[in-house]
Write a protein that binds this ligand. Structure first.
Ligand SMILES: [Zn+2]
Length: 270
């Protein structure tokens, strides 16, 4: 078992796990006992989180799974989105447009990040590309936040020339969607999600320039390589404590990156 301890010591991790273990009604006295937490399938998630359980101090975020089913994940709403904040800090955009699925409820989170970072920006839905291009033109948008399907559809709608002012795309990628997409010369920061709004892994500028499928794993999760699979267990309350999920097939390695992050994983399959 391999733990990513980028920012936390083993003792700090164990104490975070013990604090949130009541979610699973489990006693966890050593990190090895985390292996007793089941690896969640979509079916298990759906069974566990729908209808919404009543728990104090948690909000419920609707999430759409690959199968198209909806679940309600308990989340502690912190208003932070580390990967997006990193991208905004690295690119320092003139103006930003989020084009986000209506049901994802990420728009309020994105607006709170704009407010916190004092970024000129707004959010629209993917249903009206003409409106999106009008906003891009009027605000001179140079950074877009979108799902990969939306980003590809947007370029197809008006061609690469229509996106000329856009220097970078912060692309939200789900597990169904690992493949590198063409960026038409733009930097594409990929922010990998299993559940909407909660980064599991993301790319810094250096990894984005590679245009490959290499990511920095989020330190909010414990990471382990089991055979050819990479598993992530949430130790933070976002999205919910102690969710143990199979992320992908790949390689997790310690590696130095210009941005200072110590770990990288490469995706080999789903
Ligand atoms: Zn990096």
């Amino acid at each position: 078992m391999l733990f990513v301890t980028e920012k936390l010591s083993q003792d700090q991790i164990l104490s975070a796990v013990q604090k949130t273990a009541s979610f699973w009604k489990k006693e966890i006295s050593a990190l090895e006992e985390l292996e007793a937490c089941p690896v969640l399938s979509e079916e298990a998630l759906f069974k566990r989180f729908s209808p919404p359980p009543q728990q104090s101090g948690l909000h419920h975020m609707p999430a759409v799974l690959n199968s198209g089913k909806y679940i309600f994940m308990p989340v502690a709403w912190s208003g932070s989105w580390r990967a997006l904040e990193n991208t905004l800090a690295e690119r320092a955009p003139h103006a930003t447009l989020g084009i986000l699925p209506t049901l994802s409820q990420m728009d309020s989170l994105v607006m709170s990040v704009f407010h916190k970072k004092r970024i000129l920006g707004t959010v629209t839905s993917p249903g009206n590309p003409a409106l999106a291009f009008e906003i891009i033109k009027q605000l001179q948008v140079d950074l877009i936040i979108a799902t990969s399907n939306t980003a590809v559809a947007l370029t197809a709608y008006r061609g690469p020339a229509g996106m000329a002012s856009v220097r970078a795309v912060h692309m939200l990628v789900g597990p169904e969607d690992f493949n590198t997409r063409t960026s038409h010369g733009r930097s594409v920061f990929k922010d990998f999600h299993i559940l909407p709004g909660v980064s599991v892994a993301w790319q810094c500028s250096a990894l984005a320039e590679e245009k490959g499928d290499r990511f920095h794993p989020s330190p909010d999760f414990l990471w382990e390589a089991v055979g050819e699979h990479i598993l992530a267990t949430s130790i933070d309350v976002r999205p919910a404590p102690l969710l143990r999920m199979r992320v992908c097939q790949g390689l997790l390695e310690q590696s130095s990156c210009p941005c200072g992050a110590e770990f990288i994983f490469s995706i080999h399959g789903k």
